[in-house]
Design a protein. Structure first.
Length: 59
């Protein structure tokens, strides 16, 4: 399932609120609208259910 994202401007700060599938709400504050919208795009993607990735090897 995907999560619902809502971006608003409040007191000169962009606020991103994401409603989770369990009904809880997560809130993020961003300096710009672009940051808030990009974060919303990333965080509202549905979970693929795949296993977590291993960290990249240091070079």
């Amino acid at each position: 399932m995907s999560q619902q994202a809502n971006v608003t401007k409040e007191n000169d700060v962009w606020v991103l609120r994401i409603e989770k599938d369990n009904g809880k709400q997560q809130e993020y504050r961003c300096a710009t609208e672009n940051q808030a919208r990009q974060l919303a795009m990333i965080l509202s993607r549905p979970d693929t259910g795949g296993p977590p990735r291993q960290p990249a090897n240091p070079r």
